[in-house]
Design a protein around this ligand. Structure first.
Ligand code: NZQ
Ligand code: ZN
Length: 386
């Protein structure tokens, strides 16, 4: 097991009806900006619950943070934060709204001229403007981690940022919000969370037995409850287990003491930036090719995953590892997720070269758990995903 430090300061308040507790978590006298997306919270009752819970506070609303939170929109919110002297933010939404609020938390205290530099220059935020969240869509884990991914349409970029100051102070996880989530987003949630576990698990054996078992149990739970929640989002037990699995998949716990990969996300983000494909679907496009391309380096963990998660016990390490990749693809297909780029766009020629060139320009010369996956490897993996 590798050395590690672990601190996760986010307070989780989990369960039915818990949104009403928001007021207790925000400092008395705070001037609160409540930020949300395109309006789903207005039709599913979440908006009313939040407004009721915030009745003791002065509240400024900012609506319209789009999926793949857009820099230009966030800059409008930043202006309001400064003009209104906001002291606390509340994100009410999925990963996009929470990520957008993390950017604002960093940008509100940033001294430089262009907040976009926070993303391009990897500026870590030690202390940001404080915020909490009400999660409405289980998927990203953003509600309990300190990372964010921001999109800039103007330059077709989608870049990550973070820092210890960007954990939500609290997050409310009420599984009842799952009832109103459309099937497409539920499927995305299962796929994204599942791939988060893969990115932190599918490397090489590191003697971290507990972390491996945590990862395997999250994947097994997603395989069990994913189809149930997609079939019936009002199934509270399935929704609750789905929600907690997504949070646990990316709150830092399973990555402690183990090598991590994250190359699937790096490549996937480019597909969202270039084609607007939903984040989770870009992962399903890249992951199978990534594991086939890096088969030799990853085959032991692939085989362990095949045995423990998919119950494949017959065959050599190579054979089990090969079936495990196919099983992963089948799982995505079973949720009607397409796994090749050509099924999303006809305009894919040249994409591999373009992404490889971008990585070279950014100095991303060695990705993956061994920091050896070069832009030319990336080019081959993306081309295998057409
Ligand atoms: O905008 P509204 O109207 O609210 O609709 C949203 C949105 O259109 C809708 N929705 C959310 N909750 C709902 C609901 N509809 C009905 N009922 C509800 N209860 O769902 C749509 C998608 O929402 P979004 O927040 O974009 O989805 P998700 O949570 O999948 O977030 C994706 C974003 O997170 C980033 C992705 O790159 C992408 O930008 N990620 C963030 C990570 C992190 N911070 O750790 C890690 C991830 O790997 C990922 O990169
Ligand atoms: Zn993801």
């Amino acid at each position: 097991m590798l050395n590690f430090e672990f601190k996760n300061p986010t307070k989780i308040i989990f369960g039915k009806g818990e949104i009403e507790k928001i007021g207790r978590e925000i400092p008395t006298g705070a001037k609160v900006m409540m930020l949300y997306g395109g309006g789903s919270i207005k039709t599913n009752g979440v908006y009313d619950q939040v407004i009721h819970a915030l009745k003791a506070f002065e509240v400024v609303e900012f609506a319209g943070i789009p999926a793949n939170p857009e820099y230009e929109v966030l800059m409008q919110a930043l202006k309001v934060i400064k003009e209104e002297k906001i002291t606390y933010m509340l994100a009410v939404g999925g990963g996009s709204v929470i990520d957008g609020v993390k950017f604002l938390s960093a940008a509100a205290v940033y001294q430089g001229e262009h907040p976009w530099d926070i993303l391009t220059k990897s500026i870590r935020t030690e202390v940001g403007l404080p915020f909490g969240s009400v999660l409405t869509l289980p998927a990203t884990g953003s509600e309990m981690n300190s990372g964010a991914v921001i999109t800039r349409a103007e330059t077709q970029e989608k870049l990550a940022m973070g820092g210890p100051g960007l954990f939500p102070e609290f997050s409310i996880l009420d599984p009842e919000v799952v009832k109103s989530i459309p099937k497409r987003q539920l499927v995305n949630g299962v796929t994204d969370a599942f791939t988060h576990v893969l990115e932190q698990y599918m490397t090489y054996p590191a003697g971290a037995h507990l972390q491996d078992r945590f990862s395997e149990s999250i994947m097994q739970t997603l395989i069990e409850v994913g189809p149930k929640v997609i079939e019936n989002p009002a199934d509270y037990e399935a929704a609750a287990n789905f929600m907690w699995s997504c949070t646990m998949a990316l709150n830092g716990l399973i990555q402690k003491g183990v090598p991590t990969d994250w190359a699937v996300h790096a490549m996937g983000h480019e597909l969202t930036a270039l084609f607007g494909i939903d984040h989770a679907r870009t992962l399903a496009i890249i992951a199978p090719s990534h594991y086939r391309y890096n088969f030799e380096a990853k085959k032991e963990k692939l085989a362990q995953y095949g045995q423990r998660v998919w119950g494949i016990h017959e065959g050599t390490v190579e054979q089990i590892a090969t079936v495990a990749i196919a099983k992963t693809e089948d799982f995505f297909h079973s949720m009607e997720i397409k796994t090749t780029l050509g099924e999303y766009t006809d305009d894919y020629e040249g994409t591999a070269e373009k992404i490889s060139k971008r990585f070279t320009e950014r100095g991303w010369l060695g990705l993956g758990e061994h920091k050896t996956l070069s832009p030319s490897d990336v080019e081959k993996i993306v081309a295998m995903s057409y």
